[in-house]
Design a binder for this molecule. Structure first.
Ligand code: NAG
Ligand code: NAG
Ligand code: NAG
Ligand code: NAG
Ligand code: NAG
Ligand code: NAG
Ligand code: NAG
Length: 817
């Protein structure tokens, strides 16, 4: 994350910082906004403070006081229900609309907490008209803005980033929009997926966007925890020549925009589906979206994205994109003049498993002549011009194998070749494939299941679970998960569920939370030993085959727990997608309810806050989509310093098929990603950053974990003892692995020892050791890192030999193939 320096943007955001979402704000925004391509700003400073949490109960300190739950009644669950498999019942009512919503904001002062409702139904609670006759925008806005009935509004910046979770539910129907709606951090807008509600702009719609997704109080790079799903936004009543954008989405990691249809008039000269107009942003994924009509489907500018399953039909330009590293997977462009205008993509554009019928060209860009503006195509079906650079068509028709424009390291060849359109093949593993494409899927909504097929984990009276940030919920969560495996889907309402030992998620589990609001948080001495870590959430046992799906959950620690491995997955599905995590995220520190937030302002060795985040073991096979594994670099809920050392990011030892679609790992000490004897992995976008505190003047890796290393950890013995820029976290370490297909990798190094840095701030991004073959890295980007890839001890791809983008870009690395 970083601060933009663009004057227009800072003028606008400082205005927005003061204003509530009134008509005048929207007019000002309208009149000031013009489309700006934000190239990454060149100077940064760490974000020192977050949003104040003035109505926090700072005496809810689970690391000091833990409430014991009342004991369960004996033998209540002696008989396990007989239900061997759970399947959709064809429900016509969305379970989420009908289930009891008893979530909470766990760390809020109790004077307000009881009066704060997380779930808001815009029709039944706020009287929104869903017949399309009367304006519904003000009722929806009231639902979004409501704080506690006796407390401050959600627009008031008084509940931090994490203290104001709000799920705004929009039932089916048509909602007339005579004004815009404005979201804030912590807002989840969710429509009925069985019959998605339509937000329909009135013919005289007054503003330049129908939905403002970015919280105007904060810049885009710290707009986290916002979601919008299962909705149709419709501008077809607005004249096609009027300039209007259906939604602005200037937001960053741990956000979700999914299953949304953008309906615009045909042959429009003025309508755009999605923009990022309000400044710099660092988003990870947009998925399962459909755009009809308009002049432009998406007009975006930001740091990086993966776009998965995006369909754009009948726009003049599908996507005008500015950014560093962009990956498109499973996208469809139909009846568009230009599919992707990639002129503003400075690093790499990767397009795979996609189909187009374009009138002009699928991709237009220019030839930078260097490693930047790389283009990688694989398995793309297109009839006409496929890539046009300047005025030259350099590729037409379909690409069956892999097509590379940019720097290429051929197998065993340590010298980059600058290719102008090289064709090669990538032998994908069959276990990763479905109908010829890498397997991908929509996030589960469980929309076909009836509410009686769910259990609200806080509604089982014999086994009370509190999710209140104060009670030890370990035993009762385990009892409920074990009892209902294969029988029920488990809903975790918003709240912080404190656990003191391992939560076992057995085969046959489906778990869904209130996105960003439902947290499992570890505390206690079981998590203290860094040499024998305890798992907080264990998904299946080694060797299990079955179903285990987790959606919309957050994993965190309430104390500095150097022996806590947050999530371990052991189970494999019998079909892809049976096991997975969707829109589920990690946060170490940086938020209310954890001692890490308040006690880690000093040096990293006194704040070893977690052993590691995610371990995919050698018997697992999981599909992971939209995940941000974040060790905090700043306080989201206040102004405490955050110098935190988490040992490890994601450790992958899986071999049976792993899909990583839109993942980010940031600020972990030894590595962000580690592939140890892993095989058969597909990844579409891995975004990462090194800890801000690392580098000359601070602990040299593997310190502070030097005496707790396991065999898969890097020892940094490849570095001189005092070589500080070498002893920094690997973006990615790969050992003994095979069949890795990693599209879109990026590591950005902004700081050394907390101070700004440009140039050679870090020595190595990726290290490949003893490859077993078929390792393909496509679209790898770095900022301020000397070597993109080191193979064993040889620097293969240096930033200087691959200058471009934000530093260095390698279109295709097949050296270790
Ligand atoms: C914005 O522009 C419109 C016309 O384009 C004008 O009527 C309105 O007064 C302007 N609003 C502000 C706040 O400048
Ligand atoms: C909670 O809020 C009440 C009312 O504003 C205030 O008097 C009290 O000091 C607050 N308590 C805490 C623990 O913040
Ligand atoms: C603060 O939290 C503590 C512990 O959870 C509780 O006992 C106390 O009543 C709460 N006080 C307020 C004002 O919220
Ligand atoms: C849009 O333009 C095309 C081509 O000119 C035409 O065939 C079609 O009827 C137009 N659609 C509308 C809704 O005007
Ligand atoms: C793509 O997204 C659309 C809209 O959400 C959905 O209907 C379709 O099933 C998705 N396709 C895949 C392969 O997931
Ligand atoms: C692509 O976008 C650039 C800058 O945004 C613009 O100058 C150019 O005309 C566009 N090209 C096409 C073919 O739309
Ligand atoms: C898988 O991992 C387990 C636990 O680390 C280990 O005991 C086992 O030998 C491994 N199996 C294989 C085939 O590598």
């Amino acid at each position: 994350m970083m601060k933009t320096t663009l004057i227009l943007v800072s003028m606008l955001s400082s205005f927005l910082a003061r204003a509530a979402p009134t008509r005048s704000l929207i007019e000002r925004a309208t009149n000031q906004s013009t489309h700006v391509i934000y190239f990454p700003p060149l100077d940064y400073s760490p974000h020192p403070v977050g949003i104040p949490y003035t109505i926090q109960n700072t005496s809810t300190e689970p690391w000091l006081h833990l409430v014991e739950p009342s004991s369960p009644r004996v033998n209540v669950f002696a008989t396990k229900p007989t239900c061997s498999s759970l399947s959709p019942s064809g429900s016509s009512q969305f379970w989420y609309e009908a289930i009891t919503h008893n979530g909470q904001s766990s760390f809020m002062n109790s004077s307000y907490k009881a009066n704060y409702k997380v779930f808001r139904n815009v029709v039944t609670d706020y009287g929104a008209d869903n017949t399309g006759i009367k304006d519904a925008s003000s009722a929806i806005q009231s639902a979004i803005a409501a704080g506690a009935t006796n407390g401050p509004s959600r627009s008031s910046t008084s509940m931090g980033t994490t203290g104001q979770p709000a799920v705004v539910y929009i039932p089916s129907g048509t909602y007339l929009m005579e004004d815009s709606i404005q979201l804030y951090v912590g807002t989840v807008i969710i429509g009925d997926p069985l019959n998605p509600p339509i937000l329909k702009a009135s013919s005289n719609f007054p503003n330049d966007h129908i939905v403002y997704g970015k919280d105007p109080n904060h810049d885009g790079t710290i707009n986290f925890y916002i979601a919008f799903k299962n909705i149709i936004i419709d501008s077809t009543s607005v004249s096609g020549s009027t300039t209007i954008t259906l939604m602005d989405w200037t937001v960053s990691q741990a956000t979700q925009l999914t299953n949304v249809v953008f309906n615009m008039p045909d042959n429009s000269t003025g309508h755009t589906g999605l923009s990022t107009t309000y400044g710099y942003n660092s988003n990870v994924i947009l998925n399962d979206l459909t755009f009809y009509g308009g002049v432009v489907g998406m007009s975006l500018s930001g740091q990086q994205w993966v776009f998965k399953n995006i369909t754009i039909i009948s726009a003049t330009t599908g996507v005008v994109a500015g950014g560093t590293n962009l990956v498109f997977v499973g996208c469809t462009f139909k009846n568009v003049e230009t599919g992707i205008n990639a002129t503003g993509i400075s690093g790499s554009l990767t397009l795979i498993d996609s189909t187009a019928s374009t009138l002009g060209s699928l991709i237009t860009s220019y030839d930078s002549g260097n490693a930047g503006n790389s283009i990688i195509l694989e398995n793309v079906v297109n009839g006409g011009n496929t890539v046009t650079l300047g005025s030259s068509v350099v590729k037409s028709g379909s690409v069956t194998g892999t097509w590379i424009h940019g720097n290429y390291y051929a197998p065993g060849n340590a010298n980059a070749r600058h290719e102008k359109g090289h064709s090669t093949t990538t032998p994908r593993s069959s276990v990763l494939i479905s109908n010829g494409n890498y397997f991908t899927m929509r996030p589960p909504t469980y929309q076909g299941y009836s509410v009686s097929q769910f259990i609200n984990i806080k509604s089982v009276s014999a086994y009370p679970v509190y999710g209140d940030g104060a009670t030890d919920d370990t035993k009762n969560i385990n009892a409920i998960l074990s009892h209902y495996a294969d029988c029920k889907i488990i809903y975790f309402p918003a709240g912080t569920y404190i656990v003191t030992n391992t939560i076992i998620v057995p085969a046959g589990s489906r778990i869904i939370g209130d996105a960003y609001g439902s947290a499992i948080s570890a505390v206690g001495s079981n998590f203290h030993n860094p040499n024998a870590p305890t798992t907080m959430v264990q998904v299946g046992n080694l060797g299990d085959v079955g179903v285990a799906q987790i959606s919309d959950m957050l994993f965190t620690v309430a104390d500095a727990l150097q022996g806590c491995k947050l999530v371990e997955v052991n189970i494999a599905g019998s079909t892809p997608g049976d096991v997975g995590l969707w829109n589920s995220h990690f946060r170490i520190g940086g938020a209310a309810g954890s001692k890490v937030q308040t006690n880690c302002a000093g040096s990293p060795d006194i704040c070893k806050a977690a052993w590691g985040l995610l371990h995919l073991t050698n018997t697992s096979s999981a599909y992971i989509e939209n995940m941000w594994g974040w060790t905090a670099d700043h306080d989201l809920d206040g102004s405490h310093g955050q110098t935190i050392s988490t040992g490890r990011g994601m450790l992958v030892e899986a071999t049976k098929g792993t899909w990583l679609v839109g993942t980010a790992m940031e600020h972990h000490t030894l590595y962000q990603y580690n592939f140890e004897y892993a095989s058969n992995v597909f990844s579409a976008l891995q975004q990462s950053e090194t800890p801000y505190w690392q580098g000359p003047g601070n602990d040299l890796a593997p310190i502070p974990w030097a005496s707790n290393l396991i065999t898969s950890d890097p020892t940094f013995s490849n570095c001189g003892t005092s070589d500080a820029t070498c002893r920094m976290a690997f973006f990615e370490r790969i050992r003994g692995s095979s069949n890795l297909f990693l599209y879109g990798g990026c590591v950005w190094t902004f700081f050394n020892n907390g101070g700004s840095c440009n140039g050679d701030c870090q020595q190595n991004a990726i290290r490949v050791l003893t490859s077993q073959g078929n390792i393909y890295l496509y679209g790898t980007n770095v900022k301020s890192v000397t070597n993109l890839v080191v193979s064993t001890d040889t620097d293969i791809a240096t930033e200087s030999a691959n200058a471009g983008g934000w530093g260095g870009v390698v279109a295709a690395y097949a050296y270790d193939a």
